[in-house]
Design a protein around this ligand. Sequence first.
Ligand code: HSE
Length: 310
Amino acid sequence: MGRVRVVAPATSANLGAGFDVFGLALDRPADVLVVEEIEAGVEMVVEGFPVPETPEANVAGYVAKRLAENAGAGVRLELRKGVPPGSGLGSSAASAVASAAGVAVLLGLEVGMRELLGVCAEAEGVASGAPHADNAAACLYGGFVCVGEGMRVLRVEPPEWLEWGVVLPEVRVETREARRALPERVPLDVHVHSLGSVVMMVAGMMRGDRELVRLGMRDRFATPVRSRWIPRFEEVVRAVVEAGALGVTVSGSGPACIALCSGDVCSGEEVAEAMGEVYSEAGVECRCFWGKPGGGVEVEGRRLSNILKG
Ligand code: HSE
């Protein structure tokens, strides 16, 4: 009976107006999962952050149960959480994808990427009250992704120059609550604005056009609602612009804020530090992260997209 080691990175969903559609894989932090085959059932242990350890209550356990039980096999999961839960950095998606990738490769399941994305999106639904595939798609495929109907994923290799900085203030935001707070209906002008931003972002990523990416980060749907829970958000925006970044938005459902920048103007580290300073000056605890877009989940050092099809 074998075992595999999986590394599943943090991701940032929405990137402005691409609510439940856009995802960006980050190169850090990451969850590390060791999956081992056992006689029967699903067992798990978790370290790193306090999250539920019973397989039924944990997204990684949920996904493993779905896949392993279907195959008539058993697995043991050893999960080291590196992506902070409740941060807006795709913590539950990282765990779900790590589990899906590890179990699929270990047991040699005949599944494709889209099928695994479906299981992970369902697990996200159990965790947050509504299935969504943006974080999971970015984690599975890497790079910048757009999720369409039927779990179709458009993957775009982000521009070489793209760097990101994240600040994570010490406030708790539950995805479930952050989703409930959104308006059920969208006024026509907001819809038109969102369409414009989304097109700019996709074109900007594909062409490597900094100005289009900057315009693409603008959002009038979720960001105005969710930024209210983020302390000093206006000051964070000012600090990012002064640092020379393209823009900043709420990462997923928050409270992390992600800024995108062009490494030849300012580095992700500089932007993250500029945002961190806003909080240090205000006496609010925060953590900063920075890096480049990432390649997505890896099993035994190989990208899943190079192992599985479709
Ligand atoms: N698209 C999701 C949301 C990401 O914004 O609610 C959070 O997991």
